[in-house]
Design a protein around this ligand. Structure first.
Ligand code: CP
Ligand code: NVA
Length: 306
């Protein structure tokens, strides 16, 4: 139970939401975006605090959660392992017990999904996944919101994932289940998503042999860095392995004429995406980045507001 007697909810993967809840949450994000843009104040989280634990770097996640809490009338607390006892070996479970007696929710960016789960198991307040090696669910809320804003419902659309079968790819697989779209995945051998994750999505997700095949007539083309945080020692090997998985104008030309391009950022122009694509007319990456703020405000309200 949470502090006001409701069942405690966490957001560790997208599948912690039902399809109806996810749809309503994105609808609410649109309303909150309109409210803030009209200059209206909406502060349901007055005197509430979000603890944010970052074991990896971040620009968008940190700023969007911090600004989101400010806009909702609350406060966000940045906690890095270097400056807390977490970095000196205090168990995750003990940290969860202590922090959750003081803050109202905790966002964690860490390596293993299991660390996040261990924290959540001992937490008295909602825990949010701000990225693990396995999933990045907050980004998917923003991506689907962005697609909706530009093209309407993503239901029944075709999405092409090009590149690494990483945390973002796994969350796209979950999103295909939750929002009911077709996902085609093209990754080099050895970098494909976990079959167990894929299996859950049934026939909505298909592994393709080539990037060209995956992109054919797609409504949305998505990629991500070839070397995620924590994999830096594999960078050279990855550059070679991913050479045929770059999103450039020629590849995007195979998608539907009104296809959109997304990338969670940070991007490496000339590696996973060409400058012509990411800075071109089909790219919606800046809206996508901004929508982290609006989608997460709706998430915070959903998890916290009385
Ligand atoms: N997309 C994303 O999560 O960006 P940051 O790593 O900057 O938070
Ligand atoms: N896959 C990337 C996403 C960064 C937001 C990483 O984990 O580094």
């Amino acid at each position: 139970m949470d502090s006001i007697g409701r069942p405690l909810r966490h957001f560790l993967t997208l599948l912690d939401l039902s399809p109806d809840e996810a749809g309503a949450l994105l609808q609410r994000a649109t309303e909150l975006k309109r409210l803030v843009r009209s200059g209206e104040r909406f502060e349901p989280l007055k005197n509430r605090t979000l603890g944010m634990i970052f074991e990896k770097s971040s620009t968008r996640t940190r700023v969007s959660f911090e600004v989101g809490m400010t806009q909702l009338g609350g406060h966000a607390l940045f906690l890095s392992p270097q400056d807390t006892q977490l970095g000196r070996g205090e168990p995750v479970e003990d940290s969860a017990r202590v922090l959750s007696r003081m803050v109202d929710a905790v966002m964690i960016r860490t390596f293993e999904q299991r660390t996040l789960e261990r924290f959540a198991e001992c937490s008295l307040v909602p825990v949010i996944n701000g990225l693990t090696d396995r999933f990045h669910p907050c980004q998917l809320l923003a991506d689907v919101l962005t697609y909706q804003e530009h093209r309407g419902s993503i239901r029944g659309r075709t999405v092409a994932w090009i590149g690494d079968g990483n945390n973002m790819c796994h969350s796209y697989v979950n999103a295909a289940r939750l929002f009911d779209f077709e996902l085609r995945i093209a990754c080099p051998e050895g970098f494909r998503p976990d079959p167990a994750n894929l299996a859950g999505a049934g026939d909505r997700c298909t592994l393709m042999q080539s990037a060209t095949q995956a992109v054919e007539n797609a409504d949305l083309v998505v990629t991500d860095v070839w070397t995620s945080m924590g994999k830096e020692q594999e960078q050279k090997q990855r550059r070679q392995a991913f050479a045929r998985f770059k999103v450039d104008e020629a590849l995007l030309g195979n998608a539907a004429p009104d296809a959109l391009f997304m990338h969670c950022l940070p991007a490496h122009r000339g590696e996973e995406v060409s400058a012509a694509v990411i800075d071109g007319p089909q790219s919606v990456v800046w809206d996508e980045a901004e929508n982290r703020l609006h989608a997460q405000k709706a998430l915070l309200e959903f998890l916290l507001a009385a």
